[in-house]
Ligand binder design. Structure first.
Ligand code: TGC
Ligand code: FAD
Length: 395
């Protein structure tokens, strides 16, 4: 028997990463191993997690809005942010989601499109994990097609009245602040879809938790019900006009998923290799069968290729050159391959693979959500299709 090497070591991917980014990655990896991995199975089984306690710890670690500058944010590179997502999702996609929604969706929306007052009021507390944010774009009838959303903001004197329902909103029931997207009437001085910063204790706002989920169970998912929520003019995000406002935030979160999904895949594959080495079947180790090795070799290849793609997208983002359709390449490929790796790993574990004693089926179930949120695989195929054919086929 020769010495075994981990799949990503084989690609020497760490050679492509700056030392500063590696240091941040290693700090998140250590935190994940010490504070998250031992507890995540219980959170998953319970269908809940201590979001407030975790937000405070993640804030201390410096990963909330870590790729943003100023307002108490770490100001790390995009690549470091991606690597942090990878380490968190190696524990559970729900934990990466908590961080993605806080930093890339709620904080980024305020950081990029907000007023100075909104930034000062929310960003330092959100970076520290003292305030939790959520991002309400999806509605019951408008997921892939947010352009036709029904939530409306209408003028009432100097105020806005917000009415509608948002669906599948991560962190909704535990949030202190919701960034909510709504249609506005052009006659009322605003243009199309606009974003609003809504403190969740505003009368008329409710966020019932969605239960009975079989995926992303270590994550809070909610409905947002807005019933004539009265907001001052200062609640509108001044710099976001039209659908490009929310879509610009999705770019950030999708980028994190490009790396994050590989974390889930890495955990599945490393767990499976260890299991196969220890499991004896018929008269030898499961890892010593050619059929097992063919599976492991193919998965190693896809994990490494996904990582090279993620690092290339990270490099482009750090250079300010990353286009949305390039993010779609990464989100489509890496989530699709991660779910395929999780399912293949499950076969190698046999019955043991279906339990919470191993992370594999938990990852596989989570990746069903990851495949759907932040743009379904089909939406990303259509984005890539439009980029290479020049023809939009969404409608
Ligand atoms: P389309 O006509 O293509 O574009 C409308 C306007 O938006 C601009 N734009 C973008 N801007 C920034 N980033 C992008 N990625 C952009 N894509 C388009 C575009 O230039 C245009 O601007 P303007 O100024 O000309 O008005 O829009 P469309 O209605 O045809 O839709 C295109 C489509 C289908 C790609 C888009 O609607 C889409 O991406 N749908 C998927 C929705 C989605 O991903 N929702 C995610 C909700 S959040 C979530 O899931 C959180 S999960 C928790 C977690 O992250 O962990
Ligand atoms: P639909 O849009 O109804 O799509 C159904 C199917 O039709 C999919 O296979 C889709 O690919 C396909 N389809 C759609 N359009 C086309 C087309 N043109 N051609 C061919 N096929 C098409 N949203 C938020 O705003 N904030 C959040 O924090 C958030 N968190 C989430 C957390 C979880 C756990 C989940 C599961 C979802 C979350 N979402 C959130 C919602 C998520 O973004 C949507 O579920 C997603 O955008 C897809 O919308 P939908 O579920 O309505 O599916």
């Amino acid at each position: 028997m020769t010495q075994s090497r981990s799949p990503l070591e084989l690609f020497a991917v760490d050679d492509l990463i700056d030392q500063e980014d590696l240091d941040l990655r290693n700090a998140v990896r250590q935190f994940a191993a010490d504070r998250l991995a031992p507890r995540v199975g219980d959170w998953y089984e319970a269908g809940d997690l201590p979001a407030r306690e975790l937000a405070a710890e993640l804030g201390k670690l410096g990963v909330l809005g870590m790729h943003l500058e100023g307002y108490g944010c770490t100001g790390a590179s995009a690549t470091a942010y991606g690597l942090a997502c990878l380490e968190l999702e190696a524990v559970d996609s729900g934990l990466r989601s908590l961080v993605s929604v806080q930093g890339s969706l709620a904080m980024f929306a305020i950081w990029k499109h907000g007023s100075q007052e909104q930034k000062q009021q929310w960003l330092p507390r959100m970076a520290a994990g003292e305030a939790i944010g959520c991002f309400g774009l999806t509605e019951p009838d408008f997921g892939s097609n947010p352009a036709d959303m029904r939530t409306r903001a209408v003028r009432d004197g100097d105020d806005w009245l917000l009415t509608g329902t948002k669906m599948w909103i991560t962190n909704g029931s535990v949030a202190d602040v919701a960034v909510v997207w709504a249609q506005t009437d052009p006659d009322q001085g605003a243009r199309g879809i606009r974003g609003f910063v809504v403190p969740t204790d505003t009368p008329g706002f409710a966020a019932p938790k969605i239960t009975r989920k079989l995926s992303l169970r270590a994550s809070v998912t909610s409905e947002l019900v807005l019933d004539d929520v009265r907001l001052p003019q200062s609640a509108i995000l001044p710099a976001a006009q039209g659908l490009s406002g929310p879509l610009s935030c999705l770019n950030e979160a999708r980028f994190g998923i490009v790396f994050g999904a590989l974390g889930a895949a890495r955990d599945c594959l490393e767990t499976t290799i260890r299991y196969a080495q220890e499991r004896t079947l018929f008269d030898k180790s499961l890892a010593a069968y050619q059929l097992t090795q063919a599976k492991i070799a193919d998965m190693t290849l896809e994990l490494g290729k996904g990582m090279l793609l993620a690092l290339q997208l990270g490099r482009l983002k750090d250079q300010g050159r990353l286009a949305p359709e390039q993010i779609s390449l990464g989100k489509l490929n890496n989530v699709r391959e991660a779910i395929s790796i999780a399912r293949e790993c499950r076969t190698i574990l046999g019955a043991a693979g279906i339990t919470l004693d191993y992370p594999i089926m938990r990852h596989a179930n989570n990746l069903e959500s990851v495949l759907t949120y932040e743009g379904t695989s089909e939406v990303h195929q259509l984005v890539i299709g439009r980029a290479v054919t020049g023809q939009a086929a969404f409608r």
